[in-house]
Write a protein that binds this ligand. Structure first.
Ligand code: PMP
Ligand code: GLN
Length: 389
């Protein structure tokens, strides 16, 4: 008997609009053309040798079996203390903090835990690529609202407020914002407090770039507002903070009842996260210099790159945080962003990310994203090439 064609058996895709991510596509093109890769966001320099030693020592000390489901206790205690010190809110290490396989898994676990079929979830475009697939797998419906690109990508809270219906369960936020670099003002927190008090929605606050903020401005965690902390899942990741995107260790902070639900999902997605990596991070976090030096470290790279772009036809947009900067190329070409990014990598040898990749609806603003988490010589090489465009 002939077996049925698996494609026919499969039926409609659960994620029909998902292809290979733009980050993977652009990294592959960078490799193919031998280009400087300022596309996908990762450092091309190594993490602190002390952290590497901490990892090796954790392995040698025998930390090689399953970690506790919620995370290594010492790491949870240190994270709890760090958040209390920086943002004034103490998450209970036992019941309010879960170590995850990067922020990506924290986001998916939180959305699967909170969003029910038919629920509406507000996202702000440009939106990080994992948010909408997470919502769709939970059976929710994304409601897209724009950041105002004519006004420095400021969030328009009145529009958010107006979009909330009785079906709205969650709003997903990300500040400092990938890809625009926008950070939160005090007034943003007050506006969010009003929305939460009036509507009772939950918030997911992706704060993976919390330590990459510039020009002396603070990072404003949603956890710093007692009212918001009650309704928010705060998510962060060591990938950005410790130059370890390949370790895939992140965490979710949330009030105990929300954490209990997130852990139900987490335990069946991964159960537990890399044990020696958690021990290494716990030891490393004992010394705050690692993340206290990060704003100055990246601000110098931002300025080197932005200054260099002044010798090109690109027009730089403001960058308040993250290790990305947006650049308008309308003085160079009138092509759509995806086409321009392809040309830039193939003809000029520099990979970028078309910002249209962060929009569900077609939206083309003649802007590409460059990642400046690179060695100075990498940035200079890219600048030489960009000057020819
Ligand atoms: N959220 C945002 C906004 C990101 O930019 C990234 C990755 N750079 C992530 C989440 C995923 O983080 P992780 O690599 O820890 O999964
Ligand atoms: N977050 C990274 C970026 O924005 C990419 C991570 C990934 O490739 N999934 O470039």
């Amino acid at each position: 008997m002939a077996t049925p064609d698996p494609r026919a058996q499969l039926g409609p895709s659960k994620l029909p609009n998902v292809g290979t991510t733009i980050f993977t596509v652009m990294s592959a093109l960078a490799a193919k053309h031998g280009a400087v890769n300022l596309g996908q966001g990762f450092p091309d320099f190594d993490c602190d040798p002390r952290l590497q030693r901490d990892f090796a020592e954790a392995v040698a000390a025998g930390h090689n079996q399953y970690a506790p489901m919620a995370g290594v206790p010492l790491l949870r205690e240190r994270l709890s203390a760090k958040h209390a010190r920086l943002y004034g809110h103490r998450y209970d290490a036992e019941t309010e903090l879960t170590v995850t396989a990067g922020a990506t898994q924290a986001i998916m676990a939180a959305v699967l835990a909170l969003v029910r079929p038919g629920d509406e979830v507000v996202v702000l475009e440009p939106v990080y690529d994992s948010y909408v697939p997470s919502i769709e797998l939970a059976g929710g419906r994304p409601v897209y609202l724009p950041l105002d690109h004519r006004n420095g990508y400021a969030p328009d809270w009145q529009r958010v407020r107006d979009a909330i219906t009785p079906r709205t369960r969650l709003a997903m936020l990300n500040f400092p914002h990938n890809p625009t670099g926008r950070t939160l003002r005090e007034s943003d927190l007050r506006a969010l407090e009003e929305i939460v008090a009036a509507t009772g929605i939950f918030l997911l606050s992706d704060e993976v770039y919390e330590h990459i903020v510039f020009d002396g401005a603070p990072h404003r965690s949603l956890a710093s507002s007692p009212l918001l902390a009650e309704r928010t899942v705060v998510i962060s990741s060591f990938g950005k903070t410790c130059h370890t995107t390949g370790w895939k260790i992140g965490y979710a902070l949330a009030p105990a009842p929300l954490t209990a639900e997130i852990r139900k999902v987490h335990q069946f997605m991964v159960f537990a996260v890399n044990t020696p990596g958690q021990h290494a991070m716990a030891r490393y976090l004992d010394d705050a210099t690692a993340y206290e030096q990060l704003p100055a470290f990246y601000q110098r790279k931002r300025d080197l790159f932005i200054d260099g772009l002044r010798n090109t036809k690109f027009k730089v947009l403001p960058c308040e945080g993250t290790y990305f900067v947006l650049a308008d190329y309308s003085a160079i070409a009138d092509a759509p962003e995806a086409d321009f990014a392809q040309r830039l990598v193939a003809e000029y040898g520099v990979a970028s990310i078309p910002v249209s990749g962060f929009y569900a609806q077609p939206f083309d603003n003649r802007v590409v994203r460059f990642c400046f988490a690179k060695r100075d010589e990498t940035l200079r090489l890219a600048l030489d090439r960009l000057a020819r465009a």
